[in-house]
Design a protein around this ligand. Structure first.
Ligand code: BGC
Length: 709
C-alpha cells in the first residue's frame, strides 16, 4: 500500500520538475537573486544590463523592443551565462502591440468575452513576433470612480463582467505569451480617484468586489500577478502577506509568480512600513512578492539579510522556483527565442474593426436621428478629435502608431463618398480660445447634420491621469453649444477613457455615441455605426453619474435602512440631484428595439448544488436586425449581511431579425450566489432570491425562487 502510494507520488512528479530542483541546487545565491531581479530597458538592453545578463543576475527585462533587440540578449544568456536560464521579456501589451484594439473599458462594453479573447490572442501573437514573451495585462482592477484615470485599462465596476473579461483575456494572451493579472489588489479603490492613493476596503468588499476577477484569472491559468502600489487600510499590497500569501497561495492555490509593480517594493519606505531598503525587501519577499520590478532591492539587500538570519533561505528558494517553473511552463528552456509569426495585417485590422464596432455604446438617439443616410446631404464633421490620429490609440498603446489610425473624418469620408463632407476643427482638446468657432458654425450651417467629435486626449486617462472634473476639457462644451445653436441636428461622438459627465449634452443633443478610445480602426468602426452598417449592441460596463458629487456611484449597492424616497426627507438622497445615474450600468441603445416577456424559472425551489435556468422571450420589435445583451441580475431578499440590490450573474448576446422572437436561456449556479458572511467566509443562505432579466441594471422582468436547505 505504502509502496504504491510512493510510486504514484513519484510518477506524479514530472521529470522536468525534478530538473528544476537540481537546477536550484546548483545556483549560487547571486544567481538565485538574479532570477528575482527585473529591470526596464529603454528600447534595448544597456551595456550594464548585458553584463548582468552574462553574470546570471537578471531574471527578465522589459521594454526591450523588437526581436532584433531581444534575440541577442537571449543569445548571451544561452551562450555565455553559466546556467543558461532564459530571460522573460516583458512589455505592457495592454490592448494591442502595433495593431491597437479598443481600450479594455471600451471592449468590456461589448459584453463579449470572445471578442476580448480574440484581441488578446492577436495582441499576444503580434507581440511574440517581436520577441515579447510576457505581457503586463490584463488589468483586472474593479473601478467605481471615474476620476481615476486607470479605469480605462480595466473592465469597469462589476466583478462578474470583470471576471469573464479577465479569464477571456488570459486565455487569449496565453495562447502565445504569458499574461499578468494586475494590480493585486484594490488599486482601483484609490480614495477620491487619485492615482496611487490609499484605499479603505473592508475584507468583505475586497472578497466580493475587488478579488473575483483575480480569482478568475488564476482559475484561467494566469502565469503571474502584479502586486499593486496602493495600501489597503494601511497595509501596502506589495508587502501584504494576507493578500499574496493567505488568499493567493493558500486559498486559491496559485502556482505562478508574483511580480511587484514598478519600484513598489522600494515604495514600502515611502508608505512608512519599512525604514530601509533591506526592510522593504524583507517585507515584500516574506509576503510572497517573487520578483522585484525596478527596485533592485532583492539583488542588493537580501544577501545581507540572509547572513544576518533575518530571512530564511526558503523564502528565496520558493520565489526562485516560482519563476523557474514559469519559464519552464512557457517552454523557454526548450525554445529560448520564441519568436512567433504575427497574423497578417489584414486579419489584425479586421479584428480591430469588428471589436471596435462592438464596443460603441449608443447612449441617446432621439427621433431616430441615427443611423444617417449616407446620401442625405452635406455632413459637417467638427471637433478637436474628428481628424486626430493620435488620441484614438488611448493612454497605453505600446508600439501603436498614429499613422495607422483611421480618423472619424476619414471613416465618414470613405463611407459617405457620394456627399459633401465639410470639416472644421473648432478648437483643440484643451484650448481656451474660441477663434475656431466661426468656421465650425459655418460648416454646421451648410450641413444636414453636424457630427461633433469631442472628448479627451489619450493621456488624460490611464496611469497618473486622475481628473477632478469629468466634463469636456477646454472650450469643447461651448463649441458643442455653439454648433447646436445653428439648429442643425447634432450627433455627439465621444472619444474618451472614462465616464464623462455631460448634463447639457444629455438634455439637449439628440444623439450621443460613446466610442471610448477605439484604436487603429476607430474611424471606420465609428462610421460603420453612424451609417448603420453595424447596429450598436454595446452596454455600459460602468455607471455614468449625473453630477460629480454622486461619485462613487455604482449599480450593485445596498438598500440602506432608509432607501431614497422623494416624499420623505429623512431618506438616503441629495437635496439637489436625484440619486439615480445619468446612464446606468448595462445601458445601451440599438437602432432596433427589443421586447422582453414571459420570464420563467425552471424551478421555484432550488438547492445550493442546483443550477437555476431563467428563460425569457426576447423579441426584436423594431425594423432592423440587432444584437441585444440580455442581462440577468439576482437579489438575495434577506440575508445575515445586507444584500446588494442587484448583482449581475449571467448575460448573453442574442442576434434577432426584425420581428423575430427567441426564448433565451440564462443559467446561474446557486453556489455562485455567495456573499461574505458574518464570519468572513463565503456563504449561500437559504431564502428567497429575486431574479431580474432585462436590457440593463434598472429594467427587466422579475421572478423569484426559494433556496431550500
Ligand atoms: C504600472 C504598471 C505597469 C508597469 C510597467 C507601472 O507604472 O502601474 O501597470 O505594468 O509600470 O510598465
Amino acid at each position: 500500500m505504502l509502496r504504491s502510494l510512493l510510486l504514484t507520488l513519484l510518477l506524479a512528479t514530472p521529470a522536468a520538475a525534478q530538473n528544476l530542483d537540481s537546477l536550484l541546487a546548483r545556483m549560487t545565491l547571486e544567481e538565485k537573486l538574479g532570477q528575482l531581479n527585473l529591470l526596464s530597458a529603454n528600447g534595448r538592453a544597456s551595456p550594464e544590463q548585458m553584463q548582468l545578463v552574462r553574470a546570471g543576475k537578471l531574471g527578465g527585462l522589459f521594454n526591450v523592443i523588437g526581436a532584433e533587440n531581444t534575440t541577442p540578449v537571449q543569445r548571451i544568456v544561452v551562450t555565455e551565462s553559466r546556467l543558461k536560464i532564459p530571460l522573460l521579456f516583458g512589455l505592457d501589451v495592454i490592448h494591442g502591440y502595433r495593431t491597437i484594439f479598443p481600450i479594455p473599458l471600451g471592449e468590456a462594453s461589448s459584453f463579449d468575452p470572445d471578442a476580448a479573447e480574440a484581441t488578446a490572442r492577436a495582441a499576444g501573437q503580434e507581440a511574440a513576433a517581436f520577441g515579447i514573451n510576457w505581457t503586463y495585462a490584463p488589468m483586472v482592477d474593479i473601478a467605481r470612480d471615474p476620476r481615476w484615470g486607470r479605469i480605462a485599462e480595466g473592465s469597469g465596476e462589476d466583478p462578474f463582467l470583470g471576471s469573464m473579461m479577465a479569464a477571456a483575456r488570459v486565455r487569449g494572451f496565453q495562447q502565445t505569451i504569458f499574461a499578468t493579472a494586475k494590480h493585486f489588489a484594490g488599486y482601483g479603490g484609490a480614495e477620491a480617484g487619485r492615482d496611487y492613493n490609499e484605499t479603505e476596503i473592508s475584507e468583505r468588499t475586497m472578497r466580493e468586489i475587488y478579488l473575483p476577477p483575480f480569482k478568475a484569472a488564476v482559475d484561467a491559468g494566469v502565469a503571474s500577478l502584479m502586486s499593486a502600489f496602493n495600501d489597503i487600510a494601511g497595509v501596502p499590497a506589495s508587502g501584504n502577506a494576507w493578500l499574496t500569501g493567505t488568499v493567493l497561495r493558500h486559498e486559491w492555490g496559485f502556482k505562478g509568480f508574483v511580480v511587484s509593480d514598478w519600484t513598489s517594493i522600494a515604495e514600502l519606505i515611502q508608505h512608512g512600513v519599512a525604514g530601509s531598503q533591506a526592510e522593504a525587501g524583507r517585507r515584500a519577499l516574506m509576503a510572497g512578492v517573487d520578483m522585484d520590478m525596478q527596485s533592485s532591492i532583492y539583488a542588493d539587500s537580501i544577501a545581507a539579510l540572509l547572513r544576518a538570519n533575518r530571512i530564511p533561505m526558503a523564502f528565496v528558494d520558493s520565489a526562485v522556483m516560482h519563476i523557474l517553473r514559469a519559464k519552464q511552463r512557457l517552454g523557454l528552456f526548450r525554445d529560448p527565442y520564441r519568436v512567433r509569426t504575427a497574423p497578417p495585417n489584414a486579419e489584425l485590422r479586421a479584428i480591430a474593426r469588428r471589436v471596435a464596432g462592438e464596443s460603441i455604446v449608443l447612449l441617446k438617439n432621439e427621433r431616430s436621428l441615427l443611423p444617417l443616410d449616407p446620401r442625405a446631404g452635406t455632413i459637417a464633421v467638427i471637433g478637436p478629435l474628428a481628424d486626430n490620429k493620435e488620441e484614438p490609440l488611448g493612454p497605453w498603446h505600446t508600439q501603436g502608431q498614429a499613422a495607422d489610425v483611421v480618423t472619424v473624418l476619414q471613416g465618414i469620408r470613405s463611407r459617405a463618398s457620394g456627399v459633401q463632407v465639410v470639416y472644421a476643427q473648432g478648437a483643440g482638446v484643451e484650448d481656451t480660445s474660441t477663434a475656431g468657432f466661426t468656421a465650425a458654425v459655418a460648416a454646421a450651417r451648410q450641413a444636414k447634420v453636424a457630427i461633433l467629435v469631442l472628448g479627451e486626449r489619450g493621456d488624460m486617462s490611464g496611469e497618473a491621469a486622475s481628473r477632478s472634473a469629468l466634463d469636456l476639457p477646454g472650450v469643447q462644451e461651448q463649441l458643442l453649444e455653439a454648433v447646436a445653436a445653428t439648429g442643425t441636428p447634432v450627433v455627439l461622438v465621444l472619444i474618451n477613457g472614462r465616464p464623462l459627465i455631460l448634463p447639457w449634452a444629455s438634455d439637449h443633443v439628440p444623439a450621443i455615441v460613446e466610442t471610448w478610445f477605439l484604436g487603429v480602426e476607430a474611424g471606420n468602426a465609428t462610421a460603420d455605426v453612424l451609417f448603420g452598417d453595424v447596429n450598436p449592441s454595446a452596454k455600459l460596463p460602468v455607471t455614468f453619474p449625473r453630477v460629480l458629487g454622486q461619485i462613487p456611484l455604482y449599480y450593485n449597492h445596498r438598500n440602506t435602512g432608509r432607501p431614497p424616497d422623494v416624499n420623505n426627507k429623512y431618506t438616503s438622497k441629495y437635496i439637489d440631484v436625484p440619486v439615480t445615474p445619468r446612464y446606468p450600468f448595462g445601458f445601451g441603445l440599438s437602432y432596433t428595439t427589443f421586447g422582453y416577456s414571459n420570464l420563467k424559472l425552471n424551478t421555484a425551489r432550488a438547492r445550493v448544488s442546483d443550477t437555476v435556468t431563467a428563460t425569457i422571450t426576447v423579441t426584436n420589435t423594431g425594423s432592423r436586425e440587432g444584437t441585444e445583451v440580455v442581462q440577468l441580475y439576482v437579489r438575495d431578499e434577506v440575508a445575515s449581511v445586507a444584500p446588494r440590490l442587484r448583482e449581475l450573474k449571467a448575460f448573453r448576446r442574442v442576434t434577432l431579425k426584425p420581428g423575430e422572437s427567441r426564448a433565451v436561456d440564462l443559467r446561474v449556479a446557486v453556489r455562485d450566489l455567495w456573499f461574505i458572511g458574518l464570519d468572513m467566509k463565503p456563504v449561500v443562505e437559504p431564502g428567497t432570491f429575486r431574479v431580474f432579466v432585462g436590457p440593463n441594471s434598472v429594467e427587466g422582468q422579475e421572478a423569484v425562487f426559494e433556496l431550500v436547505p
